[in-house]
Write a protein that binds this ligand. Sequence first.
Ligand code: XMP
Length: 325
Amino acid sequence: MADKRPEQMQRITTPELAQAFIDEQISQLRAQIGNKRVLLALSGGVDSSVVAALLVKAVGRQLVCVHVNHGLLRKGEPEQVVRVFRDELGAELVYVDASDRFLDKLAGVSDPEKKRKIIGKEFIDVFAEEAAKLDGIEFLAQGTIYPDILESGPVKSHHNVGGLPPEMHFELVEPIKLLFKDEVRVVGRALGLPENMVERQPFPGPGLGVRCPGAITRDRLEAVRESDAILREEFANAGLEGKVWQYFTVVPDFKSTGVKDGKRSFDWPVIIRAVNTRDAMTATVEEIPYDLLRKLVARITSEVPGVNRVLYDLTPKPLATIEYE
Ligand code: XMP
């Protein structure tokens, strides 16, 4: 497939157009792959999930998905990937819980770029180790989408598996590389993927690691994960899921005094960030209704261990970036 979107290519906006795309891709994928095996790093994000679902339809268990849990995923995410792809779609899925390995490597590392490098390198190492255990793989599937090609060349950064050792070279399979994000979501829905997977917010490759600024500790990371889960649940209850572009929590590496059960506490704050943007280059702050904020404060301070304050970040981008690292 060429890397340039033909000018006459129709925008995929309806289930019918998505179905036509799916049918065409299935026959193309079958022709490309034949009876060989294909490997895919399945993060559980929209793009890799749609590629996995397309390939399961096209070549069934000739596809091997590898889901690497780097310990920095959101609450419930690895479980959902296993449930949807292994149990519901019947995909061949290798689940690797590499949390300890990543967190041990990250211990004591506070520089954001070093953290990113460690996560990226470790991800490739774990993926390559799993790939080496498999026989007869000739293809590597990737969830490259059109903006990746337009902006940064053909290979995705971060969850990028383009850095595999040179002895492992596979032919690339990139079935959604001419699609824009909104089209990928329409196709995902037509493939029957769950709504929360199709509407998933952008999530950085280094995951919750960039929301646990400075050196990551397991307890502070748990505070990020638990507070994020509460925020997502309450946003969904308030009908804001899929309406606000990106929302998450951050737990900075400092403590302040509070009072809990009549005693002084010395605990972390949780920062709430909720932004809207078109292209992530600039962003405005979502005006969270006060009732919802109050509920978030009550739940986070009572349910998340080690937290005694909740703060709301009102800073647009620029000046602040969306993430904290
Ligand atoms: P910033 O923080 O630069 O983020 O305003 C802009 C958008 O990019 C996402 N982001 C990342 N995505 N790897 C990714 O795959 C990263 O290291 C990374 N850092 C930021 C961020 O979530 C936001 O949507």
